[in-house]
Design a protein around this ligand. Structure first.
Ligand SMILES: [Zn+2]
Ligand SMILES: [Zn+2]
Length: 73
């Protein structure tokens, strides 16, 4: 099971970012320069612990992610 999809929901990652992760993100990671650009943008806000969609990056939306207990339980 993909952590970012299933446990992403449990952890409070917004649906828009999950959709971004399962959709366009897969093509972003193919291109090195886009990847670099992406991370520079994603990390311009503090404490980002997940892959954000472009809308959330633009709006500086950072959710407080809580640890889901699927793994430990
Ligand atoms: Zn979970
Ligand atoms: Zn988002």
């Amino acid at each position: 099971m993909n952590y970012h999809i299933e446990c992403g929901r449990h952890s409070g990652i917004p649906e828009c970012c999950i959709n971004w992760f399962i959709g366009p993100w897969s093509s972003v990671r193919i291109f090195g320069w886009v990847w670099t650009l992406y991370w520079r943008e994603n990390n311009k806000d503090v404490d980002v612990k997940y892959i954000r969609c472009l809308e959330c990056i633009k709006g500086s939306v950072v959710m407080d992610i809580k640890e889901c207990d699927c793994e430990s339980g």
